[in-house]
Design a protein around this ligand. Structure first.
Ligand SMILES: Cc1ncc(COP(=O)(O)O)c(C=O)c1O
Length: 453
């Protein structure tokens, strides 16, 4: 007798039945695999040909619909110089509202000079992950400067704002945990949630009472709970009631993460963000996330927090450990931008004043600026995607560049033009823009058949 038959004869009747069932299941699996192989030549072409990829065909259809109304594709516009309060497109200068260069740091001579010097000393890439041989003094200086600016013990800098959220959220929580996020949270946080494998629930926008209730019912069912909100919301320009979120976080013993992509350099007297705006203790938020691509004239992202979490991320976060360190010119540009901001906090005041002026004038003209709270993100809600595209094109013909946000990025009723204000916009540029917007919108709304040449 061989080993298998010897072992089988030693089994009880019930064990023999289970063994037999397993063998049959295995055989069925093999037959199924054979069937799949038999059908291999019938695999539909859309499964292996990107020209027939259904998602791609849907995208093509959307682009064709925009072109069919005679509009120019509003995406991937080429800007031929600095993306600031003005920009050059197709050789023409436009007043520009499509840039996150809130404090005009990108293009600032001091920032550019320090980025150039960093290239001269360290080259254009650090050519390795920081944990291997990619560490440079600039990285540590930047992280120290950010931590001091925000008021935390330490900081970690990643190569992109989006990957910062994906890898940090994806790494810090897992299967037995819960993520609760604002309904308007950015895609980068949502991708991080997916990666983490944690249970994900959203609460209505800015509704801390709803969050409190969910936590009241759910907290006990999970180990760790991460609450994710933003400092200024990128579609609407509104601000959460941070002290309320902190109070809830403490009461339910959960982690709180604030994405400051649009609030660092923007809120607070010195641009230190939503924490400074509300005067909260920096350590009352566990994870301060931000990007370097907006107020800080660079490309990258950061998490600022306590030493323990930063050390853990530096040794284990996949998007950090298995990725190159931020490039020397990018690190130097961000470092320079923070130092310029510390020396010139009046840039933040100008930004606030210009944003407030835009909103006041727009409201005087009866434009719907939604819930924007004097931040540099000002939506003008049109409520119709086609009208939105038409308005954007009409303004473009008058020398004003503002981008439409249409369905499906927002619900059709919320289709809007989004104006990003910069500290360097002049009062005259803002008055001219608001007047032109009100005039062109009135024309579009009074005629269903506005022709765009
Ligand atoms: C709220 C928010 N978080 C994260 C990001 C990603 O930042 P980055 O563009 O620097 O990758 C953005 C980008 O616009 C954002 O708006």
């Amino acid at each position: 007798m061989n080993n298998i038959t010897q072992n089988i004869s030693a089994l009880s009747q019930a064990e023999k039945r289970t063994f037999l069932k397993q063998i049959l299941k295995q055989k069925a699996g093999n037959i199924q695999s054979l069937n799949l192989l038999a059908k291999a030549d019938e695999i539909p072409p859309e499964y292996y040909n990107f020209h027939l990829y259904p998602e791609y065909l849907r995208l093509r259809q959307q682009i064709q619909e925009i072109e069919a109304i005679g509009a120019v594709n509003p995406y991937f516009t080429v800007h031929e110089g600095l993306n600031n309060e003005t920009t050059i497109i197709g050789g023409q200068e436009y007043i520009n509202y499509s840039s996150f260069n809130y404090l005009a740091m990108s293009g600032d001579p001091v920032v550019s000079q320090l980025a150039k010097e960093a290239i001269d000393r360290f080259g254009t890439s650090v050519s390795a992950s920081r944990i291997a041989s990619g560490e440079r003094p600039l990285h540590l200086e930047l992280e120290r400067e950010l931590a001091d600016f925000i008021g935390t013990e330490d900081c970690i800098v990643y190569i992109g704002g989006h990957p910062t959220n994906v890898t940090t959220i994806g790494h810090l929580v897992g299967q037995d945990d819960l993520i609760l996020h604002d309904a308007y949270i950015h895609n980068s946080a949502l991708e991080g949630c997916k990666l983490s494998g944690a249970k994900r629930l959203s609460f209505p926008h800015n509704d801390w009472q709803a969050l409190d209730e969910i936590l009241h019912n759910q907290r006990r069912h999970y180990k760790r709970v991460l609450v994710v909100i933003e400092g200024v919301y990128s579609m609407d320009g509104d601000i959460p009631d941070l002290p309320k979120f902190i109070e809830i976080k403490k009461r339910h013993q959960v982690f709180l993460m604030v994405d400051e992509a649009h609030s660092i350099g923007v809120l607070g007297k010195h641009g230190r963000g939503i924490g400074e705006h509300f005067g909260v203790e920096p350590h009352d938020v566990d994870l301060w996330m931000g990007t370097l691509s907006k107020s800080f004239a660079s490309c990258g992202g950061y998490i600022a927090g306590c030493k323990a979490v930063i050390e853990y991320l530096k040794y284990t976060a996949p998007g950090f450990v298995y990725s190159v360190g931020i490039s020397p010119p990018n690190a130097a540009a961000a470092l320079a931008a923070i130092r310029v901001l510390k020396a010139e906090p009046e840039r933040v005041t100008h930004l606030y004043e210009r944003s407030k002026l835009f909103i006041e004038l727009a409201q005087e003209q009866g434009l719907n600026t939604g819930t924007s709270q004097n931040t540099p993100i000002v939506p003008v809600i049109v409520g119709n995607s086609l009208h939105c595209i038409q308005l954007s094109q009409a303004l473009f013909q008058r020398g004003i560049n503002a981008r439409p946000i249409i369905y499906p990025a927002v619900p059709e009723k919320a289709a809007r033009l989004r104006f990003f204000i910069a500290s360097t916009h002049t009062e005259e540029q803002i008055r001219l823009t608001v007047n032109a917007t009100a005039e062109e919108l009135a024309k579009i709304q009074s005629s269903q058949f506005v022709k765009i040449s």
